[in-house]
Design a protein around this ligand. Sequence first.
Ligand SMILES: [Zn+2]
Length: 293
Amino acid sequence: MRPALLALALSLIAASSATAAEPLLPEARAYSSQDAWRQPVAPFRIGERSWYIGTAGLSAILVKTDAGAVLIDTGLPQAGDMLLQRMRALGVEPSQLKLILHSHAHIDHIGALAQIQRATGAQVVGNAEAAVLLARGGSDDIHFSDMLFPPVQVQRIVMDGETVELGGMRFTAHFTPAHTPGSTSWTWDDRVDGKTAHIAYADSLSAPGYQLIDNPRYPHIVDDFRRGFATVRALPCDLLLTPHPDASGWNPADTAAPHKNPLSCRAYADKAEAAFDKTLAEQRAKAAPQEKR
Ligand SMILES: [Zn+2]
């Protein structure tokens, strides 16, 4: 090897060991996922009581109150042990986790929910539609057929606008049906940079490969998406988080500066609705010739 190349090779080795990433979580048997979704990152603070404990590509939020902790989303099934370890490292013993909230019933966001529920005894909260999907463990999904995860029984059903409280902190459920029928966004207040801030954990608003026109499984899908966009746009939202952190400008792999390109709830909803309108127009254009026949 030429000296210059050798020096380059050595510097690359040094750089990679300086930022030594933890090993990826194992690949799931029945569900392939992006590496970032399985890449653990060091937990970091979002607010005085709110922490990010997920992976590089999938959010899990821990909120510590005076009466125990709240977890929002888990990521993939194989993230369960990591999350329990992260909670312990932040001073939350399994028995101190009291509530588990979630965004939507897909394997990449609630995959470890059953494991965490068993390990902690925390109460699982969700709306009625999500409860059905969680109990069915991802079987016969409207858009993806089977996308199986360990089934979960929701113990407390919430209504749109209902608030759950723990240790004086209040978490409000906002129904944002779009990406799934039971999609839910959550808002709470925490202190960020010395000021009280409305934090919004707004659910996914994407329609990846969804049939939006004449969908026999979901005739009102377009109306529901419109409602989801409008609700997210109007959330109390000083700081936006999303189940896929990059969708709202977060980069959890950069724990020193994870939020370089913050998106507002309005901008997040506008961007998603523009993408949705484009897909809808394409599907309408394709469907039009058949309608004329
Ligand atoms: Zn999803």
